[in-house]
Ligand binder design. Structure first.
Ligand SMILES: CCC(=O)OC[C@H](C)CC[C@H]1O[C@H]2C[C@H]3[C@@H]4CC=C5C[C@@H](O)CC[C@]5(C)[C@H]4CC[C@]3(C)[C@H]2[C@@H]1C
Length: 389
């Protein structure tokens, strides 16, 4: 059954034609109004920690294998938010707003786990790359990472997305690091007008304490037959055939954790019984002009009202201002200063952990690694974007 509103049938079918001649940069596609989201992609970093208690739990587990298992459990619990939350709240996957260079999204979760802070910054516009840091000081846990997307259309009107980047979780109490790789995905359901994400292939979590998790994704009609299926094993690095724990289930629903030797269930996770903690974001009037919801407020209103003239006009204003800033920077031989993150050519922890996973790891093809810069962060205060012209 098509989910395309009757009035949009025409624009949806012309949209489907347009994506067959697709270039590779998703944001270059003009999608019809009903598929547009008023949320900017820079906000998607928040999906990593909407269950702060799961995010900090590993910091309190003394046994290194069980600690690695808690990291694996937290990671799989984030997938529903990352890849399916728009379906829940908006009825289908939507096209997010394309963040401008320097766009910021700042927020915090305050709940039983204390305060967990989110900083997300669009560190590159061409190609689009978002860098993020999520940290909880009381429990001494910090996730940092970056991500971009390479996309292409396959013949069956499927949008395929390869994610570029990775995440690194650091646990202060054990001075331990976990390298997390990002799943390839494709968008199904485009033809019927109700697109949704399906994950595919495998990803890894490699700990500095010597444990590897391999996570395999499959969908409806694949080996497991169920939509959004996931299986995972946790094993001592290099000994994939001697798993300690196994996980199986659906990342949009429930999954169970078993002891690989006794085959006994040791834990389970039910996403429907695990409410997320809402993120607290400053009210628009207190936000900096670089902060996403303030910057896109007029565009968001236009999209919510289904008024494409206002939407297009306000979007053009933002895009023109960005082009003007890039032109001036070029003229003055300067580059936009990122507020919280720095690009490095190499990174010891990343290289060491990536080496343990071996060739299966898709390192960022742009070669750069975006890292949280504590010095910049200490100096960063509003107005963030005061770059002298
Ligand atoms: C662009 C053509 C178009 O508008 O088609 C409409 C459809 C909504 C499909 C294209 C868009 O689908 C969106 C899904 C987005 C990904 C969802 C989750 C994540 C995880 C997060 O940690 C990083 C970002 C990422 C990979 C999103 C990237 C952008 C995606 C693919 C949107 C597509 C434009």
């Amino acid at each position: 059954a098509s989910a395309v509103p009757a009035a949009s049938k025409g624009s949806w079918s012309s949209f489907l034609k347009s994506i067959t001649s697709f270039s590779g940069d998703l944001s270059s596609l003009t999608a019809p109004p009903f598929i547009l989201s008023s949320t900017s992609l820079v906000e998607y970093s928040s999906y990593w920690a909407e269950h702060p208690s799961l995010f900090v739990a590993p910091a309190h587990e003394q046994d290194p294998a069980k600690r690695a298992l808690l990291v694996l459990k937290w990671f799989i619990s984030t997938l529903k938010q990352q890849y399916s939350s728009r379906n829940e709240s908006l009825g289908s996957e939507k096209k997010p707003l394309n963040p401008f260079l320097g766009e910021l999204f700042l927020g915090r979760w305050t709940d039983a786990a204390g305060t967990t802070e989110l900083v997300s910054e669009q560190v590159s516009h061409h190609p689009p790359i978002t860098a993020y840091s999520i940290s909880n000081k009381e429990h001494g846990v910090r996730l940092q990472g970056f991500c971009g997307q390479n996309a292409w259309i396959s013949r069956s009107l499927t949008i395929n997305v390869k994610q570029v980047g990775h995440a690194i979780l650091h646990i202060d109490a054990f001075d331990e690091d976990y390298l997390i790789t990002l799943p390839p995905l494709h968008i199904e359901g485009l033809y019927s007008g109700s697109p949704f994400v399906e994950l595919e292939k495998s990803t890894y979590i490699q700990s500095s304490s010597g444990y590897t998790a391999k996570i395999d994704y499959s969908g409806k009609g694949w080996l497991s037959g169920k939509k959004n299926s996931v299986t995972a094993t946790l094993y001592p690095e290099g000994r994939e055939k001697e798993p300690l724990y196994t996980i199986e289930g659906q990342w949009t629903n429930t999954f169970i954790i078993k002891d690989a030797k006794t085959k006994k269930e040791v834990d389970k996770y039910d996403s429907r019984a695990s409410p997320t903690t809402p993120l607290t974001v400053a009210p628009l009037e207190e936000q900096d002009e670089l902060e996403s919801r303030r910057a896109w407020a007029k565009v968001a209103k236009g999209i919510a009202a289904g008024d494409m003239d206002v939407t297009q006009r306000e979007k053009t204003l933002i895009e023109e201002r960005q082009r003007e800033m890039r032109r001036k920077e070029k003229e003055q031989g300067r580059e936009w200063q990122r507020t919280f993150f720095t690009r490095v050519e190499s990174h010891a922890v990343f290289e060491r952990l990536a080496g343990k996973i071996g060739e299966s790891l898709d390192v960022d093809k742009t070669g750069g690694i975006w890292m949280w810069d504590a010095e910049k962060a200490a100096k960063a205060k509003k107005p963030f974007g005061e770059q002298k012209y």
